[in-house]
Design a protein around this ligand. Structure first.
Ligand code: C2E
Ligand code: MG
Ligand code: MG
Ligand code: MG
Length: 277
């Protein structure tokens, strides 16, 4: 009898893996056809100066086309990475975001554009030329383009990634370490790579104003990063208490649902115009 139930269990797992496999293959095929139809969209989430509360930057976040079923980037980006389709998708994101930046800089000359870069893209040789071509065509300065590299990119130390980051940095692009605080060897990355900006991960935000040990860690970290001259951005600000806390800790920039959600370019255009008046 137990033998029988054991067998059922195996069948159950097999079925689950098979379903998961089909789901991923389905998403992978869809990514290919969406790319061909130029169907992906970019949303933009504003980044605010902590002192002036003005929008000083924006982060491009890729979105699945408006159709059913829909997937978030946390699900389809890893699939695009495995299948090398990240190169095509990444190129589209870079050129679209930089064109948009050029447009916004006509009225907000100091605005920056943050672009998430996958570690897979860093390992390929044409990333620098893709970025250079895009800024040349759009006539924007490399210093106004921030490349956000997620901390997990450095799990495996690779010379290729390190060389790529140094080359990008030497060309003037700004490098941000994204999701800082999630990994276990974050501090080492700050020494090994040419990083300008540290984005504190959402999980670093205290759930309430009560603080305690968490608050001490955040405060200590902020102090250290400031002393090392990193620009510090807090992401995932959802409550006024978190915002006040980050301002109190003298972090440089703030981003989160409390301030603004990711939105289509036209909506951010409206926000920027309103702030201008
Ligand atoms: P990320 O770069 O860390 O981006 C922040 C994510 O947190 C975004 O999710 C954003 O919508 C969300 N977020 C912003 N404010 C808040 C908040 O206050 N609370 C909460 N709970 N969430 C907040 P999204 O757009 O789903 O993107 C998820 C991840 O997918 C990104 O994390 C990034 O790693 C990746 N991603 C998105 N677009 C691209 C892209 O164009 N290229 C690459 N390689 N990765 C991308
Ligand atoms: Mg990011
Ligand atoms: Mg992040
Ligand atoms: Mg993330």
């Amino acid at each position: 009898r137990s033998k029988q139930s054991g067998k059922n269990k195996i069948c159950f797992y097999e079925a689950r893996y098979q379903a998961e496999f089909h789901r991923r293959v389905g998403i992978r095929n869809e990514i290919g056809s969406i790319l061909k139809d130029s169907g992906f969209r970019l949303f933009y989430q504003p980044i605010y100066d902590a002192k002036t509360s003005k929008i000083v930057g924006t982060e491009a976040l890729v979105r699945w086309p408006e159709k059913d079923p829909s997937y978030g980037p946390d699900e389809f980006i890893p699939i695009a990475e495995e299948s090398r389709m990240i190169d095509g998708l990444g190129k589209w994101v870079i050129t679209t975001a930089i064109k948009q930046l050029a447009k916004w800089q006509e009225t907000n000359s100091l605005l920056t554009m943050s672009i998430n870069i996958s570690p897979v893209q860093l390992e390929h040789d044409d990333l620098l030329s893709c970025l250079s071509d895009a800024i040349t065509a759009a006539k924007v300065a490399p210093e106004s383009v921030v490349l956000e590299i997620t901390e997990t990119a450095f799990f495996k130390h690779s010379d290729k990634i390190s060389d790529a980051l140094h080359a990008l940095s030497q060309h003037g692009f700004k490098i941000a370490l994204d999701d800082f605080g999630m990994g276990f060897s974050s501090i080492a990355h700050l020494m090994d790579y040419p990083i300008d900006i540290v984005k504190l991960d959402k999980s670093m935000q205290i759930p309430s104003a009560t603080g305690g040990r968490r608050q001490q860690v955040l405060a200590g970290l902020a102090l250290m990063l400031r002393q090392l001259n990193f620009e510090i951005v807090a992401e995932g600000i959802e409550t006024a208490a978190q915002q006040d806390n980050c301002i109190g800790l003298e972090l440089d920039k703030l981003q989160g649902f409390l301030l603004a959600r990711p939105m289509p370019a036209s909506d951010l255009q409206t926000l920027l115009a309103a702030a201008d008046e």
